[in-house]
Design a protein around this ligand. Structure first.
Ligand SMILES: N[C@@H](CCC(=O)N[C@@H](CS)C(=O)NCC(=O)O)C(=O)O
Length: 256
């Protein structure tokens, strides 16, 4: 099996975080060149018309194409250490938490893209859209705060679960790429949990969504807006989605 992902992407990072925390080392990881539009390459679109990642490629060539479906599948293949809950009620509560995380992920897009200055060159921003979605986005965060275990240290109590893997990458991504935390004073449980989790070895991600490694920060042009700061990029994924991706075909090793 191998995991096809985007090194810094919040959904793919759910799975890589899970693999690291679980100690699964026998699944190969392939990262696409998102900044140059490879998400739209035919070898991805043919298998997943939504043109999104992660995908887990099975040994027979079939793909599983959703971060939590991949994680639930791997929980069945690798039951120990258990990260999905040991009783029916634990499992139900964890799945419910993950579902609220998914709502947050989906609501974050319209709010952040339509209100953060870093996005202003990527889309024509609609402040009304941001404000329309913001109450629901805030309710998702408040819900995750309320349902988090008050004593922690993990979201669901004293053991790490798939819920931690489901939420952390989004919060981390916004901090590491944009320097903005989604959490406010209304989220003390989540803040305590985030601060603890961010110190775990699995947490850091070296590559940012402008395609630059933190170590190469000096190469950025500070006068350019966010995605344009990396001088090596001459197209963006948005341009690629219009014009098509002319890069590599499927990386070797996978079933064509
Ligand atoms: N429901 C899917 C969503 C996957 C998803 O949206 N992934 C993002 C990357 S974080 C993506 O590939 N987006 C396509 C794009 O940005 O063009 C999952 O949980 O895996």
């Amino acid at each position: 099996m191998r995991l096809i992902g985007i090194e810094w992407g919040a959904y793919p990072r759910r799975v890589t975080l899970y693999l690291d925390e679980k100690g699964i080392t026998d699944i190969e990881r392939v990262f696409i060149d998102y900044a140059r539009g490879e998400i739209h390459a035919p070898w991805i679109r043919e298998r997943n018309p939504t043109a999104s990642l992660p995908a887990l490629e099975l040994t027979d060539g079939r793909w599983i194409t959703d971060s939590m479906a991949i994680i639930y599948y791997l929980e069945e293949l690798y039951p120990e250490p258990c990260m999905i809950g040991r009783t029916a009620v634990e499992r139900a509560r964890i799945r419910a938490y993950v579902s609220h995380c998914n709502d947050l992920f989906l609501r974050a897009g319209p709010v952040l893209a339509n209100s953060w200055p870093q996005w202003s060159r990527a889309i024509r921003q609609s402040p009304e859209t941001a404000e329309w979605m913001r109450p629901a986005f805030n309710r998702s965060l408040d819900c995750l705060e309320t349902l988090a275990d008050p004593d922690g240290p993990f979201l669901m109590g004293h053991e790490i679960t798939v819920a931690d893997c489901a939420l952390f990458p989004l919060l981390y991504h916004e901090v590491s790429n944009y320097g903005v935390s989604l959490l406010t004073d209304a989220h003390p449980r989540l803040q305590r949990w985030y601060d603890m989790f961010a110190r775990r070895p699995s947490a850091p991600c070296a590559l940012r969504d402008d395609g630059v490694r933190e170590a190469d920060e000096a190469d950025l042009d500070p006068n350019m807006p966010y995605w344009w700061r990396n001088k090596d990029l001459n197209i963006t994924t948005w341009a690629a989605s219009r014009d098509g991706f002319a890069g590599r075909s499927a990386p070797s090793g996978e079933a064509e």
